[in-house]
Write a protein of this length. Structure first.
Length: 224
C-alpha cells in the first residue's frame, strides 16, 4: 500500500484529502506539527507528499528542499497562488506537479496515481483517467468536470475510454466498433453515430462540448 503524507495548513482541506485518498486504498497521514514536518516525514516514510506552499513557520518551498536532502519521493505542490513564478519555483525546488486551489478531489487522485505509476512503475489497476481537469472514473463509468458529474452508458464509456487512451491520435470508426463488439450488443456504423451524438450531448451538459473532434471520413479524436 502506498503511503501519502498531506502537509496542509487548512485542516478541513487536509482531512478532506486524506479521507478521499483512503477510499482509493492509500495509507494517508496529515502532518500535525507544521513546525517539525521532517520528523513526521521520517517516521511515516511516505511514497508521495502533498505539500501546501503557504504554511506557518516556513513555506512549502523550504520543506521541499529539506525533503529533497533525504528523499526522492514525489512532491505535489498545492496552492491558490498559481502565478508563473510560484509554478516555476515549485518545479525548480524539486516538485513533480502543481495543483491549483480550489481543486477537484478526483483530479488530485488522478494525478497522484499518474505520478506513483511513473515513479514506482506501479502496475496496479488504474481507477481513473484525467484529461484537462475532466476525470473518467473506470469503476462506475462516470465523468466529472468542475464538480459536475454525468453517468455514461456502457457504450459511451467504452468510446470515451478508448479516445482518452489515444489522446492526440485519430481513432478510426472501425476500431471503435471493434471495441464495442466486446459487449453483447450489435454495433453497426449508424449505432456508433448515435452513441457518439449522445456522448457529445452529455459532455456538452457539463462544459466539455469541444472534447471530441470529428475527422471526417476517418474517425474521432481527443486533442492534446
Amino acid at each position: 500500500m502506498y503511503k501519502i503524507l498531506v502537509v496542509e495548513d487548512d485542516r478541513i482541506i487536509a482531512q478532506a484529502l486524506a479521507s478521499h485518498l483512503r477510499r482509493w486504498d492509500y495509507e494517508t497521514k496529515c502532518v500535525e506539527d507544521l513546525k517539525n514536518i521532517m520528523d513526521e516525514f521520517r517516521q511515516f516514510e511516505p511514497h508521495l507528499v502533498l505539500l501546501d506552499i503557504m504554511l506557518p513557520f516556513f513555506n512549502g518551498f523550504h520543506w521541499c528542499q529539506e525533503i529533497r536532502k533525504i528523499s526522492e519521493a514525489p512532491i505535489i505542490f498545492l496552492s491558490s497562488a498559481n502565478d508563473n513564478m510560484n509554478i516555476v519555483m515549485a518545479m525548480n525546488m524539486g516538485g513533480d506537479e502543481f495543483i491549483e486551489k480550489p481543486f477537484d478531489l478526483n483530479v488530485v487522485t488522478a494525478k497522484v496515481q499518474a505520478i506513483l505509476r511513473r515513479s514506482y512503475s506501479y502496475q496496479g489497476t488504474v481507477n481513473v483517467m484525467e484529461y484537462h481537469g475532466a476525470v473518467l472514473n473506470l469503476n462506475d463509468a462516470t465523468l466529472t468536470y468542475e464538480e459536475q458529474k454525468t453517468e455514461l452508458t456502457k457504450n459511451e464509456f467504452r468510446i470515451l475510454q478508448m479516445l482518452l487512451e489515444n489522446v492526440g491520435r485519430i481513432v478510426s470508426r472501425d476500431s471503435i466498433i471493434t471495441r464495442l463488439w466486446e459487449s453483447d450488443e450489435f454495433i453497426d456504423d449508424n449505432t456508433l453515430t448515435v452513441n457518439i451524438a449522445r456522448l457529445r450531448k452529455k459532455l456538452e451538459q457539463i462544459g466539455l462540448e469541444k472534447m471530441i473532434r470529428t475527422k471526417k471520413g476517418i474517425g474521432y479524436m481527443v486533442e492534446q
